[in-house]
Design a protein around this ligand. Sequence first.
Ligand SMILES: *[C@@H]1O[C@H](CO)[C@@H](O)[C@H](O)[C@H]1NC(C)=O
Length: 321
Amino acid sequence: MSPGFKVQLHLALLWMVILQGRGRYIEQNEIIDDVFGMLNSELKRELSEDYIYRRSLKCIDMLSLDGQFTFTADRPQLNCATFFISSPDEIITIEYNYVNIDCQGGDFLKVFDGWILRGEKFPSTIDHLLPLAERYIDFCDGSGTKTVFRSSQNVAMLFFRIHMPGNGFSLTVTKLINPFPCNVISQTPDGRFTMVIPHQKRNCSFSIIYPVEIKLSDLSLGHFNNLHLKIPITSCSGATDFIELLGGNKLDPSRMYPVADICYSFSGPAQMKVGCDNTVVRMVSSGKYINRLTFEYRQLSPRELEKPNRNSVEDFCYTDD
Ligand SMILES: *[C@@H]1O[C@H](CO)[C@@H](O)[C@H](O)[C@H]1NC(C)=O
């Protein structure tokens, strides 16, 4: 991974921290400073990444590499969070090596299956296979025999609160290959991805936390595959299998605006610019077909963002600063 890649990743976090300005975890300005510090230290670390990587965690931190990570409170740390992210086709496992916290005294250590900021979740509650309560694994809830957590997608989070200086925990992060990634947050502002839902009744969202130009191609939605459509389709209402392109300045796909719906197969390409902070490609699948879509995306340059194309669908994001 190049240093440039790291910068982008941390800018994504920075974006979210600023976006959620009044968030519970970022009420103090010092945490914003922490994010800048994080950016710098991650860059330095990138240069010397050979063997099992070990480092200490900060109260607010982001991890994208395998390794062993340790947090030790130097003072009461009440609102800490670690963001984990991996490649789209990976899931993340988190294993506690040791935990030394005071559950009775109000400390906690919780893993969340996804990312969550101010109640906004990725994947959204409607797209995750588990009910919300089961997406949290609380070390302190007594059933703490389970020390290995496995995420459902390429992002996960850890929340913790530790009152007593000197207390802390250590964990090991590893990645596993996920042959059918469903919900994904892109690690990079540019990329290419093929989403496949093979005969499953579920919906998948691919989120790109940048304003992008997105090029869709090779969409196949089972039901219209062998049909030559002559009538133009004006609405997707009634379709059971379709693609939604969403834009917005939120993390949660269920709270974003529809930019386009596509409910017929085509080989494409179809190209669109979405000038929003977050762009989501969502596939809705009835389970009757093998649905597949390939798309490429690239970040819009500041210049492209300056000159919004009036009368276009993406106007709402340019104005919704
Ligand atoms: C998928 O999304 C559609 C439309 O948003 C919804 O009607 C359907 O219930 C969802 N399916 C599942 C399995 O969540």
